[in-house]
Design a binder for this molecule. Sequence first.
Ligand SMILES: Cc1cc2nc3c(=O)[nH]c(=O)nc-3n(C[C@H](O)[C@H](O)[C@H](O)COP(=O)(O)OP(=O)(O)OC[C@H]3O[C@@H](n4cnc5c(N)ncnc54)[C@H](O)[C@@H]3O)c2cc1C
Length: 358
Amino acid sequence: MIHAGQLSNKKILIVDKDQKQKNDRTWSFWETKPGIFEEVVYRKWKHTWFHSADFSRLLDLSPYEYKMIRGIDFYQYCFTIIQQHPNFEIKYGDIQLITNEDNLAVVQLNDEKITAEYIFNSILFEKPALKDKDYYLLQHFKGWIIETDTPVFNPSEATLMDFRTGQQHGTTFVYVKPFSATKALVEYTLFTEKLLEPSQYDIGLKDFIQRFLKIELYKITEEEVGIIPMTNYKFPAVDGRIVNIGTAGGQTKASSGYTFRFIQKHSARIVDNLVKRGNPFIALPGGPRRFKFYDSTLLHILKHNKLPGDKIFTRLFKKNKPQQVLRFLDNESSLSDELKIISSLPTLPFLKAALKQF
Ligand SMILES: Cc1cc2nc3c(=O)[nH]c(=O)nc-3n(C[C@H](O)[C@H](O)[C@H](O)COP(=O)(O)OP(=O)(O)OC[C@H]3O[C@@H](n4cnc5c(N)ncnc54)[C@H](O)[C@@H]3O)c2cc1C
């Protein structure tokens, strides 16, 4: 792990339009060891449920743990560390443009022009211009933190995916993260091309809570909404002295929307390169290429409705060990893991979709 102090001879300016004082999101991911944000892990689970119409299993994830970090805890933790390093400065404002000029990177912040040796950009200014064979689905969701008067949740068992909810809008599932016996985050999630009407997320949540959690009386204490692009579009990793990071740097896994751990791994490699070689330009910023191919194949299947998403994920979790699936979803599987996983999926639609990617 690289410590920020190793770059203490560099002046680092952070610019954001938002002061990050709200709990605007929760991040979930899985790890086998304590990660760099372990101190702010809010809850973690060793067991998670997978449910679909005809299959249910409590998955023992060991050695993985499914972890959750609240946005607000993450922001405060990062600001505390940043404040300990006098070479960091924070400015708030709306960036209009990021560009290169005279071998320097330039940020246009209202009337101010800021130049830098490098810019690490996580702003997605606009939807990318798609080419043939670029698929662009959305992972969109609404979550409620609900509280009940009587104990109804088992706090040691989360739900990774529950596809028993209606599939009439496309691939749809709910996940449940219990914080205690009386409090949980319940999130209604879709992988589709179009967003729903706002009321349809509420209908989905209410229906799931009543039918599958069997809860009639509850209080909604917080809400979360989000849209994550699921695309095989190749986000440019670098433009001159601008290094794109986060979703804007292609770190969202196209076939799952998971991003958090990919960002950490990508950023750690960039910092390592800066410290060891003096520049932030890493090889294969998107990870091994074969995973892009798997993602494109799955996106093709989902976009063209060749197989319903609930059937694909059911096969994945029914026929493989959860650890193999999690490694695969993290782009960390071995080729033998991948062969096993591929052979567990319906051959013909996947073969046809795979051939379309060439
Ligand atoms: C509600 C929600 C829940 C999510 N949950 C998960 C999860 O459980 N697991 C997971 O792996 N991924 C999750 N994701 C996906 C992903 O991890 C997050 O979107 C993550 O925050 C992406 O990081 P980022 O740095 O790319 O973008 P962001 O965190 O969105 O950072 C971009 C920053 O740029 C700032 N900005 C934007 N435009 C401008 C501008 N013009 N000028 C100045 N500043 C600007 C924003 O204020 C923001 O701070 C979730 C996303 C959302 C929205």
